[in-house]
Design a protein around this ligand. Sequence first.
Ligand SMILES: Nc1ncnc2c1ncn2[C@@H]1O[C@H](COP(=O)(O)OP(=O)(O)O)[C@@H](O)[C@H]1O
Ligand SMILES: O=P(O)(O)OC[C@H]1O[C@](O)(COP(=O)(O)O)[C@@H](O)[C@@H]1O
Length: 316
Amino acid sequence: MIVTVTPNPSIDRTVALPGPLTRGAVHRVASHVDEPGGKGVNISRACLAAGVPTLAVLPAVSGDGFVRDLERLGVPCLVVPHAGSMRVNLTISEPDGTTTKLNAFGADTSPDELEALADAVLARPAGGWAVLAGSLPPGAPDDWYAGLASRLRSAGWAVAVDTSGAALDAVVAALTPAAAPSLIKPNAEELASVTGEDPAKLEADPRLTAVAAQSLVDRGAGAVLATLGPGGAVLVDGSGAWHAQPPATRVVSTVGAGDASMFGYLHADLLGLPAPERLASAVAYGSAAAGLPGTTVPTPDDVRVADVLVRQLDPV
Ligand SMILES: Nc1ncnc2c1ncn2[C@@H]1O[C@H](COP(=O)(O)OP(=O)(O)O)[C@@H](O)[C@H]1O
Ligand SMILES: O=P(O)(O)OC[C@H]1O[C@](O)(COP(=O)(O)O)[C@@H](O)[C@@H]1O
């Protein structure tokens, strides 16, 4: 079971351009599509495609188009009543795969709404993974994920966190072996921001990434899956460090690649696979997502795990 919590979901609007984007110019779009998105929502959609039981917990105006779209897709969801309108995150997709994202803040949340989101998971019998994912909406305290991760761990959940900025800083500041997330999934920029490294150097150097990731494991994180875009990903846990190189990929849209890699990791974990195979699954899913348009979620048929090259890194 994978329960996802997305406190700041989004309508993902993708406009595909017939040629390169020129700043300041008027463009005619080749196509456009709206999809229900946000990090946990995408992970629940990947669960559905792979037959993994899931529940997507999110705030929304009940019965609005976003919820109807999720229901139409068949995504099991628990919707906490929300007063504001759903944000729209805009992706501009160019024919060479260049992806430009403009992410909105989202509508204000309230303490009641946040507690209802937390209760929705805490009221369930613990089992499997709880995934806390995406930015926090305006009005949420920066340490909301850190506090919820600790409560969920105490209740017996395995907890995965994928966030950025002040919310990620707070998760890292609160790391202790007893209350830390079981998995943190930063990309190079996010890992750099909490370790003081240079993101470009991390992307180019899996060994340096492993050292940065190990510093979070040393402070209590169960494992760190550091994704490096075209450079694949590095996994560090208490037992070792590995790097995985993706298969050759014709990139169409990288939106949702990180969410797909989180799903690939969790799916392999639920199957009881060892660390190198969890990493291979993460990278195969991420790269499959990068080869699909918009926020399209990969299905198991899209994924080429056998083409991912995994190597163990020397002890950090
Ligand atoms: N240009 C690319 N080519 C091949 N695979 C990619 C590319 N960009 C992303 N991926 C795959 O998606 C995963 C997640 O991408 P990344 O950009 O690091 O995450 P995020 O979306 O969280 O920033 C990578 O580990 C990789 O497997
Ligand atoms: O909450 P944030 O950080 O604004 O991110 C939300 C956006 O990220 C996505 O979940 C995609 O994330 P990834 O590209 O990192 O997988 C989109 O669906 C959504 O628009």
